[in-house]
Design a protein around this ligand. Structure first.
Ligand SMILES: Cc1cc2nc3c(=O)[nH]c(=O)nc-3n(C[C@H](O)[C@H](O)[C@H](O)COP(=O)(O)OP(=O)(O)OC[C@H]3O[C@@H](n4cnc5c(N)ncnc54)[C@H](O)[C@@H]3O)c2cc1C
Length: 405
């Protein structure tokens, strides 16, 4: 290590992964110098609130729970905001940082990459394709919020039309939130049903019906081919779907998934596949360089990326312990995710996609007001996942205990 152990632990990023690692490390070591570098403002907010803020009438400013400067002061760390890490020299243990037009070099003793993920862009043709919004950061939400606020009142008093592209987790959450906030929401997805990758068919049906109850209109088995300025003036844009259907929209939000942000890591020679590859100690293939959060692909999860809050909390605690001098292997517990669709609350403990098995509905749960409960049983007969909807979500703890991670 040429930079010397007096050099700080440097964290790249200011999302949940970087801030939680900083907080956990500071709990264990009051004196180790910590530097956090981020290309955004660094303000702390809970990203999951981005997809239920409209319904709760919360502005982007109200979503910030602690400004960056207060976070830095509380944790006694040095903060570089609006600063982009351009390259890493893993031999020299240095990185190059661009801030306010100038570039400088920063030494690290240990480096933690928490660079997050980037929304996937599906190609859409047409003269209005550039207006499609994607929300994965507070700054994205600021843009969406400003656009929503600027939507003109419609002459006939009908609500503005929002087109959501993607019926996955984020798409369904936004569909629920924007409907609740009074918009006319339509959702387009090539799959046959909402949350098709996560839910058994009957649970999907419950979610579809619950969101239809709020006025959501679905267009399954189709994709958006093009988006153009509207010719008739009834809406701002007109989307053409793969089957030729035309839909009017005043705002278009794409939520078709995320891709781990690996560009910086890959350019430094770190091994990457769907994310930055890390071993059970969150270590990359370069000495003293670690990764976690949405950018990481975990050997502790059988080589999966896990872009959710609970994996980050677990990974940050294990990494902080290792950085503080107690090498700690990451072992993920079962980590159910609560889908924020108040029209039908859902808790999902998704089985590993490589597992063979089948979903079986608990016969005591029939849907409707009582909700439903499904267990995923693997080929050996063990419960390896579950889905709870509606009132059944109260059984989350009990069902977690009965499920193998
Ligand atoms: C709308 C929405 C709702 C969600 N809801 C839920 C939920 O209900 N439950 C759940 O479990 N999960 C949810 N998630 C997922 C969860 O929020 C994320 O997994 C988590 O916030 C990711 O945190 P992160 O720190 O890894 O990445 P990010 O928050 O993306 O942070 C990455 C950071 O890296 C910085 N950065 C990147 N490159 C550089 C560079 N070169 N130089 C300097 N800085 C850089 C960025 O500026 C940013 O600060 C949701 C996600 C979204 C988008």
């Amino acid at each position: 290590m040429s930079a010397g152990s007096a050099a700080p632990v440097v964290l790249v990023g200011a999302g949940l992964a970087a801030w939680t690692t900083a907080r956990e490390l500071r709990k264990l070591d009051a004196s180790v110098p910590i530097v956090l570098v981020t290309r955004d403002s660094g303000d702390f907010y809970a990203k999951p609130t981005l997809s239920n803020a409209f319904g709760q009438k919360r502005s982007p400013e109200q979503l910030v729970t602690t400004p960056a400067a207060a976070m830095a002061a509380n944790l006694q760390i040095t903060l570089h905001t609006h600063a982009t890490v351009q390259s890493i020299d893993t031999q020299a243990h240095t990185l190059s940082l661009q801030q306010s037009g100038s570039v400088r070099t920063l030494a690290y003793s240990r480096l933690v990459l928490a660079t997050g993920a980037t929304p996937i862009r599906v190609p859409i043709a047409g003269d209005a394709a550039q207006v499609v919004q994607r929300v994965n950061h507070l700054d994205d939400f600021r843009r969406l919020y400003a656009d929503v606020a600027a939507l003109p009142k419609r002459a006939d008093g009908s609500p503005p039309a929002v087109l959501v592209v993607g019926a996955g987790l984020i798409g369904c959450e936004f569909a629920n939130d924007l409907s609740q906030a009074g918009f006319a929401v339509q959702v387009v997805d090539p799959a046959a049903r909402p949350l098709a990758a996560l839910l058994p068919e009957d649970a999907s049906t419950q979610l579809r019906q619950a969101l239809e109850g709020l006025g959501v209109v679905w267009h399954f088995g189709r994709s958006v081919q093009s988006l153009d300025a509207s010719a008739d003036g009834a809406h701002r844009y007109e989307a053409t779907l793969s089957d030729g259907t035309r839909l009017g929209a005043d705002l278009v939000l794409s939520a078709v998934g995320l891709r781990a942000d690996t560009a910086l890591a890959a350019s430094a020679g770190l091994a990457c596949q769907r994310g930055v590859l890390v071993d059970a100690h969150l270590q990359t293939n370069a000495p003293d360089v670690y990764a976690l959060g949405d950018c990481a692909q975990y050997s502790a999860a059988g080589g999966r990326t896990l872009p959710y809050v609970m994996p980050i909390m677990n990974a940050a605690r294990a990494l902080a312990a290792s950085l503080a001098g107690t090498p700690t292997a990451l072992v993920f517990p079962l980590m159910p995710v609560a889908v924020k669709t108040p029209a039908l609350p859902i808790t999902v403990a998704a089985p590993d996609p490589v597992l063979q098995g089948q979903w079986i509905q608990d016969p005591a749960t029939t849907g409707g007001h009582e909700g439903g409960a499904w267990r995923f049983i693997d080929a050996a007969g063990a419960q390896r996942g579950f889905v709870l909807t509606g009132k059944q979500t109260a059984k989350r703890m009990e069902w977690s205990k009965a499920t193998l991670p």
